[in-house]
Design a protein around this ligand. Structure first.
Ligand code: E4P
Length: 220
């Protein structure tokens, strides 16, 4: 599977790339805006923070296909192997088809339904990002959306992958993975919650105390 961080925090990516088995970093316009670093500086810095090894994703802002394609080229000038995120609107589908023909990898984003995601896959998107928590927040079922989409891709568009997004809890992420999706992107707080349970530190401290009491040191 592929695990991504959904962030524009360069220092955090540097730190977590040492620890986490990261496949790369995803961003969106809101995430980029929250850091206030100009995108021309941010994307190369994130690429470097990943030691040039992970995949980086950034999104177009234009609403029409021609504008999206032009922005995709601009983003790829900032980081050559970047995956271009394109919202799955009607114009977005047209842009995905054109970018596919040019050999530029895309991720279909802002996906709220399995049918929408399937269309993006058929248009040629390499990744499809269903928004799990946002679907739940609208009264829908985010995990069911991922389950349906994953099944549809397996049956009808096996060249595309679900990269599930929009998580507020590790449980939502695990449920997506249990539903068969092979890639997830997590905000920093959710990624950290996966290893930061208070019981874990308490268990490690108790091992140290027991060892210290018996041998007078905390090394082997
Ligand atoms: C990723 O593709 C999405 O832009 C992102 O995960 C959305 O997350 P949010 O719903 O927490 O804003």
């Amino acid at each position: 599977m592929e695990l991504y961080l959904d962030t524009s925090d360069i220092a955090a990516v540097k730190k977590l790339a040492r620890v986490f088995p990261l496949a790369g970093v995803t961003t969106n316009p809101s995430i980029v805006a929250s850091g206030a670093v100009p995108i021309e500086k941010l994307l190369p810095a994130l690429h470097e923070a990943l030691d040039g090894r992970g995949r980086l994703f950034a999104q177009v802002l234009a609403n029409d296909a021609a504008g999206m394609v032009a922005e995709a080229h601009k983003l790829r000038e900032m980081v050559a192997d970047l995956v271009v995120k394109v919202p799955v609107t009607a114009e977005g589908l047209a842009a995905i088809k054109r970018l596919k023909a040019e050999g530029i990898p895309t991720l279909g984003t802002a996906v709220y339904g399995a049918a929408q995601g399937l269309l993006a896959a058929l248009a040629g998107a390499e990744y499809i990002a269903p928004y799990v928590n946002r679907v739940d927040a609208q009264g829908g079922d985010g995990i069911q959306t991922v389950t349906d989409l994953q099944r549809l891709l397996t049956l009808h568009a096996p060249q595309s992958k679900v990269l599930a997004a929009s998580f507020k809890t590790p449980r939502q992420a695990l449920d997506c993975l249990l539903a068969g999706c092979g890639s997830i992107t997590l905000p920093l707080d959710v990624a950290q919650q996966m290893i930061a349970a208070p019981a874990v530190s308490a268990a490690v401290e108790k091992f140290e105390q027991d060892w210290l009491a018996a041998f007078g040191r905390v090394t082997l």
